[in-house]
Structures are given as C-alpha cells and as structure tokens.
Design a protein around this ligand. Structure first.
Ligand code: NG1
Ligand code: ZN
Length: 530
C-alpha cells in the first residue's frame, strides 16, 4: 500500500465464486441499464443480471458503511405487471447516495467477461474493506417475475458470502419464514397511535380500499385485524395471484391518470362514501368519492397535503408553539395551481424537482414539513421537538417519516377527517382543482430536454420554452411545463387551465410542439383527446 492510495482490495475478494455465480446470470449484450429516480426499472424479463449485480452492490454498500443494514426493494410500483425493478435504500431509510447510483449503472452495464475485474477495480477505488460484515434486508412485491429475480439477487449476496434477510410477506408460512415480530410491531404501533388519536371522536364509517391487486392487499388485511371497528375497511382488488391483475384498471396511478374510479368499484361506492386506491407497492395513495350529483371527485396528493398541513398548523397553534415551530409544505410543479394558491395564502410553500429525495430534503428545512406529490406519494416529517405535545407525539408514531407508506398516510388522513369532522365533500371543498392533463410524448432522445426553476422551464431544446409560453398565455389560468421522465423513456407534458376543454387543448398543443421539436416518429404523435 502506498500513501498515494490503496492499490489492492483490502480483505478477501472471492473472484472465483463471483465468476461462477456471474456465469449463471449473464448480462444480455444489447441492453443498456440505467439507475434512475426509481432505481433500475424495465421489463422483468431482462433484469436477471441486474438483480445479481445489485445483490453484490448492496452487500458492498453495507461493508462500506461498516456493516450497517442496507435495504433492497424489488418492485415496479404502479407500472404494469410485466415490468419490474429494483432500488436500494440507505441505512436510515433514505434513498441511495447519488454517487452510488452511478456505480450501480456502471456495474449493471459491465460486459460479462469484464464484470469481475470491473468489480475489483470498483472495490479498490471506493476503498471498501472486504473483511467488514455486510447486512442486507430485502423484499419484493407480488409480480410474477419477482420470485426468480429474488433468486438472482440472493446469488449476488451469496457470491460475497453476505448476510441477507428476506423481509417479504411471501415467505410467510414457509420454512424460510422470518420472525414476524417487526412487521407485527409496526402494525401494532400504528394502530395504537391511531386509536389514541381518534378516541372520543364519533364512530368512523367504513372506508373502501382498492389494493391494486398488489402487496398492499396483504398489509391492509393485516392492519384491519389490528384496527377492528375503530376503522372498518372494505377491501377490493386484493387478488395477488391471478396473472395480469396488478395495477390493471385499478390502483392509484390508474385513478389519477384516467381521472375515474376503478371499474370494479362502480356500483360499490355509495354517494359520499370515502374510498382510496393504493399502488402496486403501496406507497401511493389517492382518495376519492362520488358526490350527490353522481360526479366522481378526486382527493389527490395535493388535497392530502392541504388537509394534513392544516391539521398540523392547528395543533402547533393550540400548543402555543407557532413562534418556534415552522410548518411548511413542499410540492413539485405537478401540484395543482389551485392547491399552491390555497396553501401559499396560509403557510410557506416550496417547489422542488420531481422525486422524493428532493421533496424530502426540502421538507427537512422546516420543523414540520409536509410533502405529497400530486400522485399521492409522500409523508409529513415531524420533528423530535414536537414530543411536548400529545397529539404531535402520537402523530410521529403514526406517520412513516422516511419512506412512503400509503397505509400510514391513509390512517393520518382518517385522523384528520375525524378531528375536523369533515366528510369527503367538505374536505374536497377546501379548494377547487384547476382542470389539468398529463400527457406522455415519445421522443427519440428525452435527454435533449433540460430544465431549470424546479423543472418549470425548459432550457433546451433552445427556443421551445418561448413557444410554450406563447401558447400558455392564450389560456385563462393556463400553466404548462415539460420535463423528461426519470422513470420512463418519455417526455411528460403537464397543462392546466380554467376549463376542462382548455386544459386538454393546451396539453395537446404543447405535446405537439414538443413532438415536432424532437423529431418523433409520426405514428406516435400525440392524438387529440378533447
Ligand atoms: P417521472 O417518471 O420522473 O415523472 C414518476 C412520477 C414522480 C415520482 C416518480 C417515482 C409523475 C408525473 N411522476 O416520475 O412523481 O413518483 O415516478 O415513482 O407522477
Ligand atoms: Zn409505488
């Protein structure tokens, strides 16, 4: 070892084992992988080598952090069943450090014959001590491809002799079952806090939950046992076995994107009854109801943020803490303009680029920061100081402050509704959403689109932003912005305006501008939908 740097890997490097296991999980030559906002995400059928290599990477990340536990989630969230994906979670529940996203991409793309030497160089350059222990806890959602991908991932762990623990619900009742204490403890803690928070309030009418035929079905069934009559559930779309069901015509993304209820709930929902949809991995939450006139009304992430923030503001005020505890809301450009206006009149609001890591970071600048993306992804982060207050203390027990958990968000909404004695309609009337439309545009190279000002303006392609603004100005209460997706190979166009027809028209027109500018395949030009 020279003082200039470490020339060799510290500790054992089992190159033969790694090579032997790696040969079982060859990388397809024609696929290029990239670790994006949501980790690696693509068709489940081309992810075998990625999962194997992520197993290795997770073990190395743990060694690098002195044996702290790393989390790995195998899921493609709200995406269709044939997709799958994997992301890493750092020890405190936060997203993988950005530099390691780059390492992950590098390792995933290394050709088979170079993999072991690329890995060696990486371990040496990153100064990972291979004699350190490593601990990895992992889980998957209910997708059919999940089972074999878990095996590939476990091979990655085994090749380094790393310790892994399967925290997935699918091991329940099998000989691999891991003690359920922690999962049970979690439901116990949440439901006890919930009971305390709603005690003395009127009986809560049943809540309809669309579980997206995903992993949330298992969790909701479990939680129902703990909550009993305190909060009765009516569970739908709980079939995690029939192929093709996951997120199909159900789930939070379906509801938000199509702006209608899952067909399976039509005829089930009674007027005024509260209903909500989870997504495939149960980290998004969308509330909705049918009003007296039989209209479908959505209570999305913005409405949730508004409800929760106003409740927290009330609690802080009642506790006489207004001067010392700063409550704020964090949104992205996708937040409905009406919500931004409503909130900005009442408390500080910050806008960040898309992605939980940006929102979370900004939320930490407040003492209590509430963030929900419009699509229902989010959580409030409450500080330790608030323990002076009983309700705030119970709130911290209830909410999951590091990673999205739609069920804990749902309980929080129910607490606030119970406290404010709000019906779904009263909650909805806090402000009226501006009609809006989100469109995907397929372009040859989405990376040509660069943004600034929390993604609200395009920097490149040059001149396009000016054209968008020229269009937007022709619409009353018009707003539109364009950004490349971090999770799909598309550019997203968002538009809102005072009238439904105008929002649709604006979205279509901006979509057309983007498409023409990017030189897309004419057969994929956005279609008129208004
Ligand atoms: P992209 O594909 O970068 O737009 C989508 C969501 C994000 C976030 C991530 C991660 C929209 C418009 N975008 O990101 O809000 O949830 O997925 O899942 O909903
Ligand atoms: Zn999700």
């Amino acid at each position: 070892m020279s003082s200039a740097g470490v020339l060799e890997v510290r500790g054992p490097f089992p190159s033969e084992e790694i090579q032997a296991y790696s040969d079982l999980h060859p990388k397809p030559r024609n696929v290029v992988y990239s670790y994006g906002t949501a980790g690696f995400r693509t068709l489940g059928s081309v992810l075998d080598s990625v999962l194997f290599r992520v197993g290795i990477l997770a073990a190395l990340r743990s060694k690098k952090l002195d044996g702290k536990t790393i989390g790995v989630m195998i899921t493609a969230s709200h995406n269709p069943e044939e997709d799958n994906g994997v992301k890493l979670v750092d020890p405190r529940g936060e997203m993988l450090e950005a530099a390691w996203e780059h390492h992950a991409t590098l390792l995933a793309n290394s050709p088979n014959e170079e993999f072991v030497s690329t890995l060696y160089d990486f371990i040496r350059d990153t100064r990972i001590d291979m004699s350190k222990p490593s601990r990895v806890v992992y889980a998957r959602d209910t997708r059919p491809s999940g089972e074999s991908l878990v095996k590939a991932f476990e091979d990655g762990l085994k090749s380094l002799g790393a310790e892994g623990r399967d925290a997935a619900i699918n091991t329940k009742g099998t000989k691999e079952e891991y003690g359920e204490d922690s999962e049970d403890g979690y439901y116990q803690k949440m439901s006890e806090a919930f009971r305390k928070l709603v005690s003395g309030r009127p009986r809560i009418p049943p809540l309809v939950i669309d579980c997206a035929n995903g992993v949330g079905a298992h969790a909701a069934q479990k939680l129902a046992q703990y909550l009993g009559e305190t909060l009765p559930f009516v569970l739908h779309n709980t079939d995690t076995v029939t192929p093709g069901g996951l997120n199909h015509e159900c789930g939070a993304d379906y509801v938000k994107t199509s702006q209608r209820p899952p067909p399976s709930l039509i005829g089930v929902l009674q007027k005024g009854q509260r209903a909500c949809s989870l997504d495939g991995d149960a980290d998004r939450l969308m509330y909705y109801f049918i009003d007296e006139r039989n209209y479908f009304l959505m209570l999305d992430g913005d409405k949730i943020a508004t409800l929760v923030a106003s409740f927290i503001v009330d609690l802080v005020r009642l506790a006489g803490l207004s001067d010392s505890v700063r409550v704020g809301v964090v949104q992205t450009a996708y937040a409905n303009g009406a919500s931004t206006k409503y909130l900005s009149d009442r408390l500080p609001v910050k806008c960040t680029p898309t992605g939980v890591k940006h929102l979370h970071h900004a939320a930490e600048q407040f003492n209590i920061g509430v963030y929900f993306e419009a699509n229902g992804h989010g959580t409030p982060s409450t500080p330790a100081q608030s323990t002076a207050l009983k309700h705030l203390r119970n709130l911290t027990e209830l909410v999951n402050q590091t990673v999205g958990d739609a069920l804990s968000d749902m309980l929080l909404v129910e607490v606030v509704l119970a406290h404010k004695a709000y019906s779904a309609a009263e909650w909805n009337s806090l402000y009226t959403d501006l009609p809006n439309r989100l469109v995907k545009v397929h372009v040859p190279n989405r990376h040509a689109f660069k943004t600034e000002d929390a993604e609200r303006r395009l920097v490149t392609p040059q001149g396009l932003q000016a054209k968008i603004e020229e269009l937007v100005n022709r619409y009353e209460s018009g707003r539109s912005f364009v950004r490349p997706s971090g999770t799909e190979d598309v550019v997203r166009v968002y538009a809102e305006a005072g009238l439904r027809s105008q929002a649709d028209e604006l979205a279509y027109r901006v979509g057309g501008l983007v498409f023409d500018e990017a030189g897309g395949d004419p057969s994929r030009r956005p279609k008129e939908f208004y």
